[in-house]
Design a protein. Structure first.
Lengths: 409, 339
């Protein structure tokens, strides 16, 4: 028991260092967009490496304000009434009935305002739709020399869901939009399950629903959120029905192979969970079996994935800088990710170990994109690939609302 | 009168019988005439490339004339043109299984469909059933070559395209497919030859769909620089907002270019900034800098292009940055050309 607690602390330390490095590179690139690329880029240049970025001032200012406020709260230096008010809010429990009403109040306008987007022609919005249509022609076993179409067809679950949307509703966007709504609800349940606090779940729902990146791609068929949904669901099922967790994870990988890189994140999440050690071992075995099955299917289907691997270490760093501009409109994320990182580290240090795994989910999902850049010439980081990061960020904010009487923050 | 009364029933029966036969015949003739007109309309629509409008008409006629070979054949072709090959193959099979067994044009249509469905093995099996006297037809050779491309038997495919080009050097389909083949074979000398043949000495944009990315890989007018022995190109894109504040610096070496000789003509307009030597040879280095206001799309900016005569000659991709109105980009292309 002592050993497990010790190794949790040790891992928390490593995750903290890793997270500060990842977030540090992201924020440095926000402050000085040319700094890293001028040193590690491929293009000869004479850039001004310390030229200030357009989001730099707001990010810097907000970080100073939030961190100062956090320190004052942590040290009990805020006015007493404000201190009590904050403590009350973050520890507040709300009833199930009120929760349902609040969720309906949040989701209803969201659905009403997003519905018109469903009637925009996907072909006019996304050039990838043409690739999808080409892939659909030969799905599932047809051959093509068009690598992009082959890659689409290797994402079996996604193809089935998109084709179903077309066949059933004559609209390719309907099922992806339902998937986005399901993602919002799953995010609520995951946060609530971690914190045992419905208000925390609602906070995470609000943080996700305000995100520019989430709202931008929530009704896009080509940039659907099924892969995020299945992955987040697999995390939630760890608590609820662990036999089905690996199935949900497999569905996520067959929707977008990118989530295969999330395996260490899932294992760390299981490690920090309150499950029995024996159950954790069974979990890891079930994930191992799931990966063996996936690799077998890809091999049998002559998947495109084994043909497009490479190794380029310099792309790892360049890949990390992309976060700063690909989610440039997600200002809440950019201005509060560093304070949130500190808060989660403190929370983990104070005994709420799962905060470490949430932090690892946030920073690991950013790092996963850089890994892809390093290992593949074909796949690159794209803005919609930050939807899981935003989801975990939302869960992370929600986790701050899990307040125990003996715990600060 | 008595006689009239005696045969009254017979007379009435006769008159009714006459009318029934007359109207039935007239109706049948009218239906036939109506169907003939509908078929003519549908065929005209197909000729005018309005296949989607022709399909429901032919489907309607097929309900009343399920064995009309002309209707089935035209509908199958319409389905093939509309990429509804599952339906087309059912109709081709209906013809082959009774109405016109082993008909060469039907087997050919079916083979084309199998290629569209990504089933090249079935294409080749179907084409093998065609009478030998048709096996040297250009359309059949091209379909056979296309099947070999899908099977990645590129040299086998090249053999068939070349037979077509020997017979008809201006065959548009064979020339375009040779261009496509040069892409797969990463043979940019071959690409140059067919680009000049297809586009002429002064290429211009042929259609809006093909301008940006060379038809998204279907007809590659642009080729990856990394496959070239003669060029090395990188691009650096500075994105700034309307206040001139720096948003991001993005670099890419994922660049497609045209191997058309026009490239040399374009580069002659820019000064050589330096000459470098490396393991691959001696290269002249040129720089092209261009400031543009990118088109704001629904997803994110994922490409930069350099145009000549409205023809995309450089295409950098995999950039990915969300933009808003007022943002502008400065693209710097560094082009190293082997001398």
């Amino acid at each position: 028991m002592y050993d497990l607690s010790k190794s949790k602390n040790y891992l928390t330390f490593l995750i903290s260092i890793f997270s500060l490095v990842v977030i540090g590179i992201t924020l440095v690139s926000t402050l000085f967009p040319a700094l890293i690329i001028s040193n590690f880029g491929i293009h000869s240049n004479n850039l001004q490496i310390f030229e200030i970025g357009n989001n730099a001032l707001i990010v810097l200012l907000c970080n100073v304000i939030i961190i100062t406020f956090g320190i004052l709260y942590y040290k009990n230096k805020l006015p007493i009434q404000l201190q009590i008010f904050i403590s009350k809010i973050i520890g507040k429990q709300i009833s199930r009935k009120l929760t349902i009403i609040i969720i309906c109040i949040i989701l209803l306008p969201y659905v009403i305002f997003t519905t018109p987007e469903l009637f925009i022609d996907e072909a006019l919005q996304a050039p990838d739709y043409e690739i999808f249509l080409d892939a659909k022609e030969i799905f599932p076993f047809g051959k093509t020399t068009f690598t992009e179409a082959t890659e689409q067809n290797d994402r079996y679950v996604r193809m089935i869901l998109l084709i179903s949307s077309l066949e059933i509703f004559q609209n390719v966007k309907i099922i992806p939009f339902l998937g986005s709504i399901a993602l919002l609800i799953t995010t609520y349940f995951l946060t609530k399950e971690i914190t045992k606090n419905r208000l925390a779940g609602i906070i995470s729902l609000l943080v996700l629903i305000q995100s520019y990146t989430f709202l931008k791609y929530d009704s896009f068929a080509m940039y659907e959120n099924f892969w995020v949904l299945f992955y987040v669901l697999s995390l939630y099922l760890i608590f609820k029905n662990f036999y089905t967790s690996s199935i949900s994870y497999a569905l996520s990988i067959f929707t977008k192979a990118f989530t295969a890189i999330f395996l260490p994140l899932s294992i760390v999440f299981i490690f920090y969970s309150n499950l029995k050690t024996k159950t954790k071992v069974v979990f890891v075995i079930s994930y191992g079996v799931m990966f063996a099955i996936i690799i077998t299917i890809w091999t049998l289907d002559a998947s495109v994935y084994d043909n497009i691997l490479r190794f380029d270490l310099s792309q790892l760093l360049v890949g990390l800088t992309k976060t700063s501009y690909q989610i440039r409109f997600d200002l809440l994320f950019l201005v509060s990710i560093l304070p949130l990182t500190f808060a989660l580290i403190i929370k983990a240090k104070n005994g709420f170990h799962i905060a470490s795994s949430i932090l690892f989910l946030i920073t690991g999902s950013i790092f996963a994109g850089a890994i892809v850049e390093m290992l593949s010439e074909h796949f690159v980081i794209l803005p919609y690939r930050f939807v899981p990061t935003i989801v975990f960020f939302a869960v992370g904010v929600g986790v701050l609302f899990n307040h125990k009487k003996d715990e600060k923050l | 009168m008595k006689i009239f009364n005696k045969y009254q029933n017979l007379l009435i029966f006769g008159i009714f019988g006459f009318f029934i036969i007359f109207f039935t015949f007239e109706f049948a003739v009218a239906t036939d005439q109506n169907n003939d007109e509908l078929i003519k309309t549908a065929i005209n629509l197909i000729k005018m490339d309005k296949v989607d409008e022709a399909i429901p008409i032919l489907e309607e006629v097929l309900k009343t004339e399920p064995n009309n070979l002309n209707v089935i054949k035209n509908l199958a072709v319409a389905y093939t043109d509309s990429k509804m090959c599952d339906k087309a193959i059912n109709l081709y099979d209906k013809i082959l299984n009774g109405l016109k067994p082993n008909a060469a044009e039907i087997l050919y249509g079916k083979a084309v469909c199998f290629n569209d469905l990504g089933l090249p093995e079935k294409t080749l099996l179907t084409l093998d059933q065609i009478d030998k006297k048709y096996s040297n037809e250009n359309s059949i050779l091209i379909t056979k070559a296309n099947a070999n491309v899908l099977l990645r038997e590129f040299y086998e495919a090249e053999k068939y395209y070349k037979i077509v080009l020997e017979k008809d050097p201006n065959s548009k389909s064979a020339n375009l497919n040779m261009l496509l083949l040069s892409h797969h074979l990463k043979d940019q000398k071959m690409a140059e030859k067919y680009l000049v043949k297809i586009l002429g000495d002064e290429p211009k944009r042929t259609s809006s769909a093909c301008a940006a990315s060379g038809c998204m890989g279907i007809i590659p007018f642009l080729f990856p620089v990394k496959d070239s022995e003669n060029f090395q190109i990188t691009a650096q894109i500075q994105i700034r907002d309307e206040s001139n504040m720096l948003i991001a610096i993005i670099e890419t070496d994922k660049i497609n270019y045209t191997p058309h000789p026009i490239m040399n003509k374009i580069l002659a307009n820019y000064d050589v900034i330096e000459t470098i030597q490396n393991d691959l040879g001696v290269f002249e280095v040129r720089k092209i800098v261009e400031k543009t206001e990118p088109r704001i799309n629904s997803y994110f900016m994922d490409r930069v292009e350099f145009f000549y005569n409205d023809y995309s000659v450089l295409f950098g991709y995999n950039l990915a940055i969300p933009l808003k109105s007022g943002d502008y980009i400065t693209t710097e292309w560094i082009i190293q050309k082997k001398i």
